[in-house]
Design a protein around this ligand. Structure first.
Ligand code: SF4
Ligand code: SF4
Ligand code: FES
Length: 246
């Protein structure tokens, strides 16, 4: 067991919005902020690197370099100066996805500023998800919806690229338009999805849902604990034993 002195040695200094705190060295930025007394009402969502709410910029005193990370995924380092940028304003075009086409005209009409890209690559260097942001903006400029959708697939919409773009492009909103166009007009239709939607509309799942809603807490716990879980190394054609709702 650690004695008090060792616990103390585990603490490192960090600076949150200019104020110095000592925090345990094993914490993520997010947990360190809470340890320091901040209550995260904004800039905190999934805590799992998915929602993009916790974009953070930081620097070290001896370096000019601006570093970026997601606060829920990045472990603190001694003397980091940091602040979270939970929201960065960006243009967001309104369009009716039913009435547009997967073309360069759609992309440029919605976001004409993509044509101002200077190809400086700052966005790519700012991305905590290591996405080739400049390349997906180049794809948007060419009207290449497929490449735009593919390259931006892991975007969590944290806004860090937008915060640093000298051409004032809101990259992540361009990317989501690209992925919507791809999903609507380019990707092959999933027949099994259409089948399930029809089943939902016909009420196939109503009875099961009703049973769940009427069950008490103990019954729900039992159902949850005894549910059949797909094995990690399942065959591709694996199906559960209980097939009522398949
Ligand atoms: S930061 Fe802006 S201008 Fe620079 S490459 Fe990225 S999108 Fe283009
Ligand atoms: S592309 Fe931009 S908004 Fe998306 S994850 Fe990277 S930095 Fe964040
Ligand atoms: S809280 Fe969701 S990505 Fe960090």
């Amino acid at each position: 067991m650690k004695d008090k002195r060792n616990e103390r040695e585990d603490l490192i200094p960090i600076f949150i919005m200019g104020k110095r705190y000592e925090v345990p060295s094993s914490l993520t930025i997010q947990k360190a902020m809470e340890y320091a007394g901040y209550q995260l009402i904004r800039g905190c969502g999934c805590r799992g690197g998915i929602c993009g709410a916790c974009g953070t910029v930081y620097r070290f005193p001896e370096s000019y370099k601006i570093e970026v990370g997601l606060a829920c995924q990045t472990v603190v380092q001694p003397n980091m100066y940091l602040t979270q940028i939970p929201f960065f304003p960006a243009t967001k075009s309104v369009y009716d996805i039913e009435k547009v086409k997967a073309t360069i005209e759609t992309l440029v009409k919605a976001y004409p500023e993509v044509l101002r890209c200077l190809q400086c690559n700052t966005c790519t260097k700012s991305c905590p998800m290591e996405i080739e942001v400049m390349d997906y903006i180049a794809a948007a400029m060419r009207g290449d919806v497929v490449r735009l959708a593919e390259l931006s697939f892991d975007c969590v919409m944290c806004g860090l690229c937008t915060a640093r773009c000298p051409a004032e492009i809101g990259q992540y909103n361009v990317a989501i338009l690209g992925r919507r166009l791809y999903g609507k007009y380019v990707a092959p239709r999933a027949d099994h999805l259409a089948t399930v939607v029809r089943d939902v509309e016909k009420g196939k799942f109503e009875q099961g849902l009703r049973e769940l809603m009427d069950a008490d807490e103990e019954a729900l716990k039992k159902l949850y604990n005894e549910r059949e879980i797909e094995p990690e190394q399942a065959e591709e054609d694996w199906t559960p034993r209980e097939k009522t709702y398949l």
